[in-house]
Design a protein around this ligand. Structure first.
Ligand SMILES: NC(=O)c1ccc[n+]([C@@H]2O[C@H](COP(=O)([O-])OP(=O)(O)OC[C@H]3O[C@@H](n4cnc5c(N)ncnc54)[C@H](O)[C@@H]3O)[C@@H](O)[C@H]2O)c1
Length: 193
């Protein structure tokens, strides 16, 4: 049995928990959320251990994989700590809030030999893969320019309104969170990732 520790039990944490339930041989044995009641709700009917802050789980839980579904601005802090403890780490996208944090995470992964997967799910979606193949094949001519529009409701769902707070960090959150797919597609189409 592969034992998972899930940190952050909000929107994506709940999504991940439901996915793990459908995978044979995998069990969430520990959950952490500073709003403990959200972790407790996800743990209902299981023996999973509940923690508050994610560091409590990282320091104490007996797990094979840690899955981080925290607000983006603390991905790096928790990912770096988790890489000291486990061999396998999943971190929601975007990787981090700054390039520097991303580089630090990469260096830590290399130093500790941790396998890290980022939740860039769209790269596996059939329609995007197909579109990228068509563009890369050149059948439609040279890829010169692309205009993208991300249609999304105002992000009001996050804990403590973290996605919407109007300081410079929050603006970066929104660019990272919502534009990452657009930028990613551009890279995929030109095969630079
Ligand atoms: N892959 C995708 O398509 C996709 C989609 C949506 C969101 N995301 C990413 O998932 C991540 C989480 O987003 P979300 O929408 O689930 O946010 P959310 O606000 O719904 O959930 C975050 C959770 O973290 C908890 N939390 C905050 N600080 C904590 C701490 N120190 N220790 C433990 N728990 C803590 C909060 O209580 C909350 O429950 C973000 O990085 C976001 O960009 C990815």
């Amino acid at each position: 049995m592969i034992k998972v520790g899930l940190i952050g039990c909000g929107y994506m944490g709940t999504m991940h928990a439901n996915c793990y339930k459908n995978i044979d041989g995998v069990e969430i044995v520990a959950l952490a959320d500073i709003r403990r009641e959200t972790a407790e709700k996800l743990a209902e009917g299981t023996d999973a251990v509940i923690y508050g802050d994610g560091h409590e789980l990282i320091d104490n839980a007996d797990v094979d994989i840690i899955d981080i579904c925290l607000p983006t601005y603390i991905h790096a802090e928790y990912a770096m700590a988790a890489m000291e403890k486990v061999k396998y780490l999943f971190v929601e996208k975007p990787v981090a809030l700054t390039e520097e944090q991303g580089a630090q995470m990469l260096a830590k992964a290399e130093e500790t030999g941790t396998y890290v997967q980022i939740g860039q799910v769209i790269r596996f979606w059939d329609e995007y893969v197909k579109l990228a193949e068509i563009v890369a094949s050149g059948k439609m001519g040279k890829f010169v320019n692309a205009n993208f529009r991300r249609i999304s409701p105002t992000p009001t769902w996050g804990w403590n309104d973290w996605l919407r707070k109007y300081d410079s960090r929050a603006v970066r959150h929104r660019i990272c969170t919502f534009m990452i797919w657009t930028m990613f597609f551009r890279c995929l189409a030109s095969r630079t990732v």
